[in-house]
Design a protein around this ligand. Structure first.
Ligand code: PXP
Length: 285
């Protein structure tokens, strides 16, 4: 019987990109990929099983060429656990980006574990996922204070913010090394970009990201991006380029932190092998 090729590339939706021909950046100018493995931990926590083994997963991520492992230790510990972070930190060679709320308990944990990066995120107990960027204007003391503590300990700090000029300026005042733009609005609009209203919204959001990232670089911070990316909607953002004279081909966004789409894709491309292995397990003499 003919089996379907599950390792085929994901189908491409029509790109809503900038219309530029894809650039061919040199190796040095490639954006970095941080792989967020929270959702593998979600699967494990659902049944409290010893699998999937996060260390094994992270090693695969590392071998596949990702530049960083990203984990979000939530206050409610719904997916990643303290022990996961400790083990990953001890075992992996690639840098760790620890997403965390600007809370005392997390600050203590981070300064013990010493990830390469701490990404400060807003956290609400009942949210399914991080719903928006930090409200820097309202939480100045808390966030600037947390950023200062982390930096003093030798941990680089990024702030998860909406792609707005105001938020970029405040991040710079708070002493951030980088900002990570919450791309949820853009990604949602581009995933449903079949209707004209979503397409217009996606275009507007892309422009917000572009302008905010340009300002971010101008202020000496690194522009990162994450939330909601899939294999198609990441392209228009990747195609945004710097405007520095003599540096025209550099990607504007230096780093992407992507989780859900990768874990979902892994379930599809890995399913055939997983079924075959179970067949062997039950049919082996
Ligand atoms: N970056 C941050 C700061 C996040 O909170 C998340 C979601 O946990 C991501 C990146 C990854 O988002 P996604 O799972 O949608 O790729």
């Amino acid at each position: 019987m003919k089996t379907k090729n599950t390792t085929a590339k994901p189908k491409m939706r029509k790109s809503i990109g900038t219309g530029r021909a894809p650039s061919t950046p040199s190796l040095l100018l490639m954006p970095r990929l941080g792989v967020n493995i929270d959702h593998l931990a979600t699967l494990r926590q659902l049944r409290n099983t010893p699998y999937p083994d996060l260390l094994e997963a992270a090693r695969i991520v590392e071998t596949a060429g990702a530049h960083q492992i990203t984990v979000h230790l939530r206050e409610d510990r719904r997916h990643i656990q303290d022990l996961d972070v400790k083990q990953l930190r001890a075992e992996l060679k690639i840098p760790m980006n620890l997403e965390m709320a600007a809370e005392e308990e997390m600050l203590r944990f981070a300064t013990r574990i010493m990830p390469d990066w701490a990404c400060l995120v807003p956290e609400k107990r009942n949210e399914v996922t991080t719903e928006g960027g930090l409200d820097l204007a309202k939480q100045k003391k808390r966030i600037a204070g947390a950023a200062a503590k982390l930096r003093k300990a030798g941990i680089k700090v990024s702030l998860f913010i909406e792609p707005s000029l105001e938020a970029v300026k405040l991040s710079s005042e708070f002493g951030a090394d980088a900002v990570e733009f919450h791309t949820g609005q853009f990604c949602l609009a581009s995933q449903s970009a079949l209707g004209p209203r979503s397409a217009a919204k996606a275009k507007m959001e892309l422009e917000r990201i572009r302008k905010a990232a340009l300002l971010c670089r101008k202020l000496g911070m690194r522009p990162h991006a994450g939330h909601g990316f899939d294999y198609v909607n990441v392209r228009p953002v990747v195609e945004l380029l710097t405007e520095d004279p003599g540096d025209l081909q550099a990607p504007l966004i230096e780093e992407y932190n992507i989780g859900h789409a990768i874990v979902c894709r892994a379930a599809i491309v890995g399913l055939e092998r997983a079924v075959r292995e179970m067949l062997s397990a039950i049919q082996a003499p």
